[in-house]
Design a protein around this ligand. Structure first.
Ligand code: ADP
Length: 623
């Protein structure tokens, strides 16, 4: 192929030259005004329409009419070098070539490069050798009756492309071609100008279309993103609403339940401020829920009551379960006895973030207990006086100083004397216990040594031990104590007396004292060992140093299931013990009360048939 495109023409339209062309070229073009109008109309359509196909169709139709050409077409260059007319306006007398595939030979790469530089080709007669139309091309175009042609490139080079998809500069997109088929034709300069301007408009339309496509793509992407975000947001809102409803319902239910209970229920944070409290608080204290919520315990309970609560609050905030009794005054002026439980709240970080507080009214129970205590006290006192005189009279009669009875008579008298003695012990024990429990007696604590107490207890029990042929082994230590000596000796003698009673003749009973390095840890509940502890659940956060007393025997032992209960009132391993051993079933209860009043604990370890060890602790004076 040897054809060469013609020189690029000036893009600027010149009026004088047009006039000149008009005189020499046939058919005469439409007036310049028409051309300007056409250009304006096409530009307007391009701006109005984003449909490239429509724009191209308008251009070929209008150009064909204005130039009075036989065929005007837009040829698109494809990536592989071939191409195809994608829009065409042709007179019916000539064959349509729309959609026809042009082989690469008719439009080789070198032509493409020249067109890409903006050259135009104006051929007045394809057969004129000076036109240098390659033979193969001539053959190709003559199929469609082409005698003259005008070709301008449509470039893809306008800078409207967004940077990300910018095509190479001056790439050729296609050609705007006019054919004259009935005769050769010399194309006028202004016709070239018009074609070029329209080719530029097509470039703009292409760029616009591409930009629009990209915009649509971006908008579609963003819309999809927004829709996805929106729907997940909507789902989140629905989920949250459902969670809120569920929370509200469960909170309402919790309120309903807690408000229905006749006890104070609260949650207190680690700053001692109420974070939850039920309706009973309002009923009892006459303060509104909002007044209590967020307020400190000191504010709510006032200076009369709060100081009694404070050590227990500290104990709960140190992580201990606390149970205690208290007297509180209600808003109507009445005083109520209450039982209070504090349960520490340990959060996920193992931090004590507060405690749950449960306060129940035990005034009725307390009143009954008081009545019962008073009754026991009165009855015991009333019994004691006649019993004492009865006992003294029997003692005198047993000596025989008032006359000698028959052998049977003497035996009955001795039984009566023994039982009266037991009755006296029982009445005394009941009175003792009642006095300690009611708080009528206070432990009068004073400094003394463990040795003093142990010697006193052993001396008291020596006679009984000898009578039972038991050896008492005392192992005292000089440790300073701050206790009510009489009561501790009473506890010790009680334990030694039991040890003697439940041992066989020839046995040993040890009285031991030791100052452990660490406070002894009583066994946990539900353990398999026979070890037992009879003390309250409450445990001091920082245990003081304690002394440990032990009374150990080699007697009959105590079954595992009785290790706890024998510290309860009137509880005996064998109910006949009270008759056989002269016991009352109150000794250990009194012991426990005495030890607890001193801040200690008491428990027993025992193995049946081997022996028992009763242990109790007492806090010592820190030297
Ligand atoms: P009692 O006056 O009956 O001895 P306690 O309260 O002192 O009352 O003791 C309660 C029961 O505990 C006794 O009846 C006995 O069954 C049992 N018990 C107490 N100490 C011992 C011991 N050292 N060995 C065996 N059993 C004992």
């Amino acid at each position: 192929m040897t054809g060469k495109p013609s020189k690029p023409s000036s893009r600027k339209y010149k009026k004088d030259r047009t006039t000149e062309v008009k005189q020499t070229v046939l058919p005469l073009p439409k007036s310049e005004r028409q051309r300007v109008e056409l250009f304006a109309e096409i530009s307007f359509k391009i701006r109005q329409s984003l449909q490239l196909k429509e724009i191209l169709r308008t251009i070929v139709t209008e150009v064909q009419q204005v130039l009075q050409a036989d065929r005007v077409l837009i040829y698109q260059v494809l990536a592989d070098g071939t191409g195809t007319p994608i829009s065409e306006s042709v007179l019916p007398a000539y064959p349509a070539i729309l959609g026809m595939e042009f082989p690469e030979e008719v439009f080789p790469t070198e032509y493409q490069q020249l067109y890409a530089k903006g050259r135009v080709r104006s051929v007045a007669d394809v057969r004129d050798p000076s036109a240098e139309v390659a033979d193969c091309l001539l053959e190709f175009v003559e199929q469609f009756g082409v005698k003259a042609k005008l070709i301008v490139p449509i470039l893809h080079s306008l800078s409207v492309h967004p940077p990300r998809k910018s095509p190479p500069k001056n790439a050729i997109w296609g050609l705007l071609i006019a054919h004259q088929c009935d005769r050769p034709r010399k194309w006028a300069e202004f016709e070239l100008e018009l074609m070029q301007q329209l080719a530029d408009q097509i470039s703009i339309a292409l760029a616009q279309g591409e930009l629009w496509g990209q915009l649509e793509e971006v908008v579609a992407e963003r819309t999809a993103e927004l829709q996805a975000a929106n729907s997940s947001l909507q789902q989140e809102i629905i989920d949250r609403k459902q969670v809120e409803i569920a929370l509200r319902q469960s909170e309402e239910q919790l309120r309903l339940i807690t408000n229905a209970l006749p006890v104070l229920i609260a949650y207190v944070d680690d700053r001692e401020c109420y974070q939850f409290n039920n309706q009973a608080y309002t009923d009892w204290l006459g303060k509104s829920l909002t007044a209590i919520h967020g307020s400190s315990m000191r504010e709510v309970w006032g200076e009369d009551c709060y100081p009694r609560m404070q050590p227990h609050i500290n104990n709960a905030l140190a992580g201990n379960i606390v149970t205690y009794e208290n007297e509180i005054q209600l808003h109507d002026g009445t005083t109520r006895s209450v039982s209070i439980n504090y349960i520490p709240h340990i959060d996920n970080d193992d931090r004590i973030s507060g405690f749950f507080a449960l306060t129940s009214d035990i005034s009725d129970r307390k009143a009954i207990e008081r009545m019962k205590d008073e009754f026991i006290s009165v009855v015991s006192h009333e019994l004691r006086t006649p019993l004492t005189s009865l006992h003294s009279a029997l003692k005198i009669l047993v000596t025989g100083r008032l006359g000698v009875l028959t052998k049977d008579g003497q035996q009955f008298l001795e039984i009566a004397d023994e039982n009266t003695e037991r009755l006296v012990r029982l009445v005394n024990s009941v009175l003792d216990l009642q006095r300690i429990e009611s708080g009528a007696v206070t432990m009068e604590k004073q400094a003394c040594t463990a040795t003093e107490l142990m010697i006193q207890a052993v001396d008291t029990m020596q006679a009984m031990a000898q009578q039972q042929e038991i050896t008492l082994v005392n192992q005292p230590l000089d440790i300073q104590l701050w206790v009510d000596a009489d009561y501790i000796v009473q506890a010790l003698t009680n334990l030694i007396s039991n040890a003697i009673k439940f041992s066989s003749p020839g046995g040993n009973v040890w009285l031991i004292v030791q100052r452990p390095e660490q406070p002894p840890t009583p066994p946990p509940n539900g353990r398999k060992s026979t070890k037992s502890k009879a003390s309250k659940v409450s445990k001091s956060p920082s245990l003081p140093i304690e002394i440990l007393f032990q009374v150990r025997d080699e007697g009959q032992g105590i079954p595992a299931n009785k290790l706890e209960t024998i510290f309860e009132r009137f509880q005996q391993v064998d109910s006949s013990d009270s008759r056989k051993k002269g016991g009352t079933g109150l000794g250990l209860t009194i012991c426990r009360k005495i030890i607890e009043q001193h801040g200690g604990k008491i428990w027993v370890d025992s193995t049946l048939g081997v022996g028992s060890t009763f242990s109790f602790t007492l806090p010592v004076i820190d030297n």
